[in-house]
Structures are given as C-alpha cells and as structure tokens.
Write a protein that binds this ligand. Structure first.
Ligand code: 5GP
Ligand code: ZN
Length: 216
C-alpha cells in the first residue's frame, strides 16, 4: 500500500537510483521529500526496523533524540547551504523587520527563524520519519489546506517539544478535524488570517517569498 512508499529508503537506500537519497549509513537514511512542501524538505528515516515500525509520538524520547541529534544537524546544514548557494536576501526600505538581516550569513539565526524539525502527530506514511523543512512553504507541491496546516498548526510536533511526557493529543480523527480541517490558514511570515481561502494564501506566500528572497 502507499503507506509503505518510504520502506525502500529504510531497507535498501543504496539501490535508489535517483537523487532522492542524500545520505545513508547503518542508522539512518536522509532523503528529499518527493512532494516537498517548501523550498527544502528532507526526511530522516531510522533504519532499525523496530524504530521504523513505531509511532513517532510513542518512541521519540530523550535517548532517541540523543541518538539522532547529529543527523538532524546534518539535515539542517544541508538546508542552510542550499539557501546560501541559491538565494540572496532582498534589501528594501519598507521592510524593516530585522529578522531577515544576515539570515543567510548567521546559521543560528537561520535555524531559529527558518527551519522546522519534527513530526506529524498523525503520520500518513508508516515508516517513522522526521521532517526537516525550511519555513517558506513556497512550493508547487503545496496544494491544499491540509498540506499547509499539517506544518503550521499543532498537527506538527516540534523536535524540541518531544517527548510529550504524557500530554494527551486526542484521537487521530479529532486531531485531523481540529488542525487540518477547522483551523484557519495563518500566514507563517506575517500571521495574516486567510480563514479557509487556500488560493489567496498561496498567492500571498508567493509574494512573501519573493519579497524576502532573490535568486543569486
Ligand atoms: P507524513 O505525513 O507521513 O508525516 O509525511 C510523509 C511524507 O512523505 C510526505 O511529506 C510526502 O510528501 C512524502 N512522500 C510520500 N511518498 C514519498 C516517496 O515515495 N518518496 C519520498 N521521498 N517522499 C515521499
Ligand atoms: Zn504574510
């Protein structure tokens, strides 16, 4: 079934012939998401079958985080380098928000403001994976409200907020209804509320991205 579409990257990354796999060793595969919801969207897949079969909210504890922290950092580095190589920050007088100053020169600032690491509370793919994604949401593959809200509401659980320590999440159905269906669309750059109007948000995200970034 499509739920197991990531399985090959876990069992045999060396056989994948396109450029999807950017790194693998005995412990993980780091791959490009084939339907990236942002300019850079990577997945880290633990290669131990027992971990791969587990639910992320149940298995990601302090020990897990310690074991995979360095891979998260490698994925973040990859994203930072990608942006550094491809883009420049636009300088404009009407945009006084200092959050963009030097963001492509200062890695800590880039990571703090522009990289999101974590999991979906209700994953659609069976093999455990950690999302490492740039926070632009500027992608042709971002096609509907669910796609956007799965990264921009409580549906997304940050690496830093794991483990949940007994915090109750509700049933899968409740989580999906609350965050993916009912939650308003809020611009991740300026917090403007687009209610249910995905196509308006989509146009706005294009403007936001182009107001901050230009190709080198
Ligand atoms: P989930 O919602 O389960 O946390 O995310 C699964 C991710 O896997 C999605 O972002 C989706 O775009 C990605 N994906 C689905 N099928 C494939 C595939 O065959 N190859 C790759 N590289 N990514 C995939
Ligand atoms: Zn905005």
């Amino acid at each position: 079934s499509w739920r197991y579409a990531l399985k090959n990257y876990v069992t045999s990354p060396e056989t994948v012939n396109d450029d999807t796999v950017i790194y693998f060793d005995d412990k993980v595969s780091i791959i490009r998401d084939s339907f990236p919801k942002s300019e850079c969207h990577l997945l880290i897949l633990p290669r131990t079958m027992q971990l791969s079969r587990s639910h992320p909210t149940k298995v990601i504890d302090a020990k897990f985080k310690n074991e995979f922290e360095s891979y998260v950092n490698s994925a973040i580095d990859h994203i930072f380098r990608h942006f550094q190589e491809k883009f420049r920050i636009k300088k404009s007088d009407d945009d006084k928000d200092p959050c963009w100053d030097d963001i492509l020169k200062d890695k800590n600032k880039f990571v703090r403001n522009f990289v999101q690491v974590g999991i979906h509370s209700v994953p659609s793919m069976a093999n455990l994976h950690i999302h490492v994604i740039s926070k632009d949401f500027h992608s042709v593959r971002l096609k509907n409200k669910k796609h956007y809200n799965s990264f921009n509401t409580g549906f997304f659980i940050s690496w830093d907020d794991l483990p949940l320590n007994g915090k109750k999440l509700g049933t899968d159905k409740e989580i999906e209804t609350t965050y993916l269906k009912e939650h308003d669309l809020l611009c991740c750059y300026c917090q403007r509320n687009f209610s249910n109007k995905f196509s308006l948000l989509k146009k706005h995200l294009e403007l936001e991205f182009n107001s901050h970034f230009e190709l080198k």
